[in-house]
Design a protein around this ligand. Sequence first.
Ligand code: BGC
Length: 749
Amino acid sequence: MNKLKVLFACLLLFALASCSTGTETKDKKLEAKIDNLLSQMTLQEKIGQMNQISSFGNIEDMSGLIKKGEIGSILNETDLQKINALQRVAMEESRLGIPIIFARDVIHGFKTIFPIPLGQAASFNPEIVEAGARVAAIESSSVGIRWTFAPMIDIARDPRWGRIAEGCGEDTYLTSVMGAAMVKGFQGDSLNNPTSIAACPKHFVGYGAAEGGRDYNSTSIPERLMRNVYLPPFEAAARAGAATYMTSFNDNDGVPSTGNAFILKQVLRNEWGFDGLVVTDWASATEMIAHGFAADSKEAALKSVNAGVDMEMVSYSFVRHLPELIKEGKVKQSTIDNAVRNILRIKFRLGLFDNPYLEEDKPSVLYAESHLATAKRAAVESAILLKNDNETLPLTSKVKTVAIVGPLADAPYEQMGTWVFDGEKAHTQTPLMAIREMCGDNVQVIYEPGLAYSRDKSASGIAKAAAAAARADVVLAFVGEESILSGEAHSLADLNLVGAQSELIAAVAKTGKPVVTVVMAGRPLTIGKEAELSAAVLYNFHPGTMGGPAIADLLFGKEVPSGKTPVTFPKMTGQIPLYYAHNNSGRPATRTETLIDNIPVEAAQTSLGNTSFYLDAGFDPLYPFGYGLSYSTFTYGNIKLSSATLKKNDVLTVSFDLQNSGKYPATEVAQLYVQDKIGSVTRPVKELKRFTRVTLEPGEKKTVTFELPVSELAFYNIDMMKVVESGDFGLWVAGDSQSGEELVFKVID
Ligand code: BGC
């Protein structure tokens, strides 16, 4: 009997161990090394490890601090010689020889700049996203950076928020897949590999829901929404092995993330088993004073450390106040020890103790040909064709003269997008350069920008641009945003094209020549008016170093667009927040509502028969989530479910025929959406559950299958338990979130 009990206990332990996330499985030898080192450290040295500084001071000051063991990490140093020199001080002149981790915001490339993350998400291709992160890791690690503050996986449903550019858009599933791909790309096969850099999913958590899209603002995300929408990408990143996390600036429901034990301890450590390190955002510990959550920097340190923060970025409250807080018994010695263990664990995993220095005379890998080729592929796959009347695109050999207008046609700095510290505009290839090269002597290119930069309001150049348009067979108008108009602290209240860009489009369209509007921006813009005046619209979020050649290939048909919107495009800013996975409300819109111009004068007051919509904007967006055209067309048919009734541990197989019904070899992003019809709490009208890129020759038909375990229909229910609830589900397979015929299946107990 006893033997049976022991056997049962062993089986249970085995089952529990194999259920844990990758980060939880601790290596005993490593833990012993960490404990051994920790036992030799003074309190000052331990607190020193918890201190991250920025490399703005001079090397002498820094060396002094490093010698005393007062610095755990340095951000923003990118000079290989300096990094080696500082590391030598840490390894050879500090008492215990603990290496420094050098960190940098390597967000969408180091030198070779990839499309901004929102653009990469439009590819719906986790492989190209992983490849991009790998390139970024290879380039940045080659100068000594071993830690990036990326991926940013904040769900953003408000494009006024400038930082929407840095993430993967509005959808929880898409962001989870892309975030995990970036973690894998940055960290490679093993952190120990010298080309691997530790990832840092950020900002933990809820930052993308900033009130009104104003950066740094408060968020109001109740626990269920937090768990169903905002947390899953971070959990997926933990499962992908993310080494570190960064807290966010926002206070959610009154609690700043840097002081939020519920998310840092309960969710991240206890529920997900994370054993890496947590760093604050830039001074977000002491910003809790401005929040009104800490009276002074001492209380900021107290609240951060006790909430579960391990390392403080640049605000020094830990080094200043932790010794005293420990003496007063307000912070436990064991809390400090655990934080230092988390930091040392990552330093050991990165192999920094064994391999602290870099060879200085190795051949450069920066801007390697293969890196540029991957960046170009990413830019090709990130472009979204929003409109293409009369097959204006691709441009054919009938086109003998093109007029290129607009401030973004030749703006090498701007097309790299936000969060670029290291990429150089001298290496950027613009659309103008690439089109000129492609056209050679065959097609005449007239370049007349009309405006000097996106915010340029002076209309003086517009007439010249219109004159150029009049002489051409087709007009290519490159408009959008300069890179500084999106990103951190760059929110907008109005998403129309800035400056006189709208006037420019109107003027060239007036010539009667077909206008192809090519947008490069950090967010979806409200371009309905300009799209109407254009024959075709190709939308690129800032496409990076190789944006020019990618766009030229797309315009001239060497490549076929395949990107899909990773975020809903509103018609007007007032519709925001606008996202496809909304709840239905008690009065869902019918799209037959009376809009503002059809309401009679002195209409009688009534709400009867009315629904949830805007009188002036109606209900629909300009372009829905998941939308994007191709030069070809696709037909979906023969959609079959493996069973109409499933148990909770079953796997649903959805198969369908996808045919290329057009004349170009092309790639379609097929998407699977599901709706849980009745729940213990209301559920979104649709949720993306699977997607895949399918490449087909003209006329070719393939049978595609999606496997969806029923367990992935689970959500946090009325009792805050993650469960699959039995009942009816709707299912759609389509090329965007608004298309497709509904099928129904049932989940039973
Ligand atoms: C940003 C972070 C970034 C950090 C370090 C902060 O202002 O919010 O995303 O990683 O600075 O540069």
